[in-house]
Design a protein around this ligand. Structure first.
Ligand code: FPP
Length: 282
């Protein structure tokens, strides 16, 4: 068996991660809209596929870093339902890259305690990809480390509509009564059921849109938008987003004064700034 990610982690990165853990309460769930692969390639006069290929290197680094630092859930928007409208050749390349990634990574994800899941209308994906996703989910089902969820052929509205249909059927069958339809109940019918809602939503490439991603689940997520294009977004960028997150005051509708009395873990700014400077100096 290959050495684990913790065994091969560089000492200075371990140190940074340990300081970050002390700087604030880690988000339990990070969701990412990976955007800008195409622009990354165009800027370099390369075909768009080169951007997707380099984007996979970012996926590898971010998954590893999130697992090493102890994040519970990482959900990546890898292919939206709307992405099916892209040129046939690009869709086909993306599916091939996804298949290659799964073939290469599932074993390693498993050996590092990652639980692999997927959300979306996955029966629209090529059969070979569906099979790998099924096998990966089965193999890693009992793992207790990072839950890595790939949103594939995913649409937030589609998932909400699908959940409503199932709920309506349950009402008709008599297994659900309308009075029991609470927010928690609706969450339990979504494909993200069982996961905490995202605390931090990252979007790369500077676009300020939700793009139909986790619409119900991100109600209280802190948004972090960076100009970095996804193929350039690596672990140090993730650390910057965490520092930014630690500085946020998550009020959930309350006032700042109310939060002072509670155990809202807000970080000390000078310390954070020192850490930030360390990253920028790199
Ligand atoms: C957005 O960039 C990115 C995508 C539509 C696909 C994301 C896919 C990957 C990172 C690779 C495959 C994923 C996994 C999990 C193996 P864009 O093409 O919309 O970029 P643009 O807006 O600059 O054109």
């Amino acid at each position: 068996m290959k050495p684990t990610w913790l065994e091969t982690q560089a000492d200075d990165d371990k140190q940074l991660q340990s300081e970050l853990r002390q700087a604030g309460a880690m988000p339990r769930h990070i969701a990412i809209i990976m955007d800008g692969n195409g622009r990354w390639a165009v800027e370099r006069n390369l075909p768009r596929v080169a951007g997707h290929e380099e984007g996979i290197e970012s996926v590898r680094d971010i998954v590893k870093a999130a697992s090493q630092i102890g994040i519970e859930c990482l959900t990546l928007y890898a292919f939206s339902m709307e992405n099916w409208k892209r040129p046939r050749q690009e869709v086909s390349i993306l599916m091939t890259l996804l298949e290659k990634y799964l073939r290469q990574e599932i074993r390693e994800l498993h050996d590092n305690g990652v639980k692999l899941k997927s959300i979306g209308k996955t029966n629209a994906l090529p059969k070979s990809v569906q099979k790998l996703l099924r096998e990966g989910a089965e193999m890693t089902a009992d793992n207790t480390g990072l839950t890595l969820t790939l949103a594939l052929s995913y649409s937030g509205r589609w998932d909400i509509a699908r959940a409503m249909q199932v709920m309506a059927l349950d009402v008709r069958r008599g297994t659900l009564s309308p009075e029991d339809i609470t927010e928690e109940k609706i969450s339990s019918y979504l494909l993200t059921s069982g996961m905490p809602d995202p605390d931090l939503l990252i979007r790369t490439s500077g676009e300020k849109r939700l793009s139909n991603y986790l619409l119900w689940e991100t109600a209280y997520a802190e948004m972090y938008i960076t100009d970095a294009l996804w193929p350039d977004f690596r672990r140090n960028d993730l650390y910057k987003s965490l520092l930014d997150y630690f500085g946020r005051e998550r009020r959930f509708g309350k006032t700042s004064a109310q939060l002072l009395d509670s155990d809202n873990p807000k970080s000390e700014c000078g310390y954070l700034q020192r850490l930030m400077n360390m990253f920028y100096a790199k």
